[in-house]
Design a protein around this ligand. Structure first.
Ligand SMILES: [Zn+2]
Length: 307
């Protein structure tokens, strides 16, 4: 069984009528997974309620109080924006905390079963820095989850692989000073948010940025996985791998220009499974709904050959 952590509350982070990071993304994924031939191998789990886990404690270890209070205040006032791209609705503060809780549940489940889990949550997180949200992201789900994992018994090294088409500037900025975390990002460059140069290696040589040109396909990605990404992640011998699983490098995605096909994410997943079966996949971007849903399906299908 592969745990899928999901709540309909994630649909209540309301980004407005025309925003690409919309609730329908999750609806499309859930519908597709429920029709998959292996859907009976999915274990649908609700995230731990935010008051039961005290999620805020974990968020406060990563984000400044000013940022947290700002999100809370905007939500309490009925909504607003963190930046031009990043709306906060009346429910967004609690939903963003619940998303963090779901990522932490993903860590718990994976460490318990020694097999992958998929966190189907929103808002995404990899652009959120310590001090602000940006680029559709409110809290840094992946960095908070990595920090949480390091507090669990026997966990000394956590790797983060970010295959969203955009560089995870927030995750990198937060983890680059921590020698217990490595971060690898594959992203279109130049592209939003403008960071992610190959020369940025982190304070402990713990960052691997792989910029890719628009138009790149699986033919460009595969040698990079084999020669750079898998060795970088494997050599670290991570106790846990967190995948910032964005699916906006799809050919059909409206926000970027990489030309992956949904099934290519199954290939990516197979590379990850060679490193460790302890993988938390957490949703980041992906804005063409059919391609997004098919890509998540391909990711999970690859995992199910192992689980
Ligand atoms: Zn993205």
């Amino acid at each position: 069984m592969l745990p899928v952590i999901f709540s309909e509350e994630f649909l209540e982070h309301d980004t407005g009528k025309y925003h690409p990071e919309c609730a329908d993304r999750l609806v499309a994924i859930v519908e597709t997974l429920q029709k998959a031939p292996w859907q009976n191998q999915l274990q649908w789990l609700l995230p731990t309620p935010i008051n039961i886990r005290d999620v805020l404690t974990w968020v406060e270890k990563i984000h400044g109080q000013d940022h947290i209070e700002r999100v809370k205040d905007i939500a309490a006032r009925g909504g607003g924006r963190l930046d031009l791209d990043t709306p906060v609705s009346s429910r967004s503060y609690e939903v963003a905390l619940l998303a963090v809780s779901a990522w932490l549940d993903g860590v718990d489940r994976v460490l318990e079963i020694n097999n992958p889990a998929f966190v189907l949550a929103r808002p995404p997180g990899h652009h959120a820095t310590r001090t602000t949200g940006m680029g559709f992201c409110i809290f840094s789900n992946a960095a908070i989850a990595a920090n949480y994992a390091l507090a669990q018994p026997g966990i000394a090294r956590v790797a983060i692989l970010d295959w969203d088409v955009h560089h995870g500037n927030g995750t990198e900025a937060i983890v680059k000073s921590n020698p217990q975390i490595i971060y690898c990002s594959l992203h279109q460059f130049p592209c939003y948010p403008g960071t992610g140069r190959a020369s940025d290696r982190g304070l402990h040589d713990n960052v691997l940025n792989i910029p890719l040109q628009a138009g790149s396909t699986i033919k460009e990605y595969q040698p990079l996985f084999e020669q750079k990404i898998v060795p970088f992640l494997s050599n670290f011998q991570p106790d846990l791998l967190i995948v910032s699983a964005g699916y906006d490098a799809n050919h059909d995605d409206p926000l970027a220009g990489i030309s992956l096909q949904p099934q290519d994410y199954g290939i990516f997943t197979n590379y990850c499974l060679k490193i460790t079966p302890r993988i938390v996949f957490g949703l980041e971007g992906g804005y063409d709904l059919p391609a997004l849903a098919a890509s998540v399906k391909a990711t999970i299908a690859s995992c199910l050959t192992l689980v």
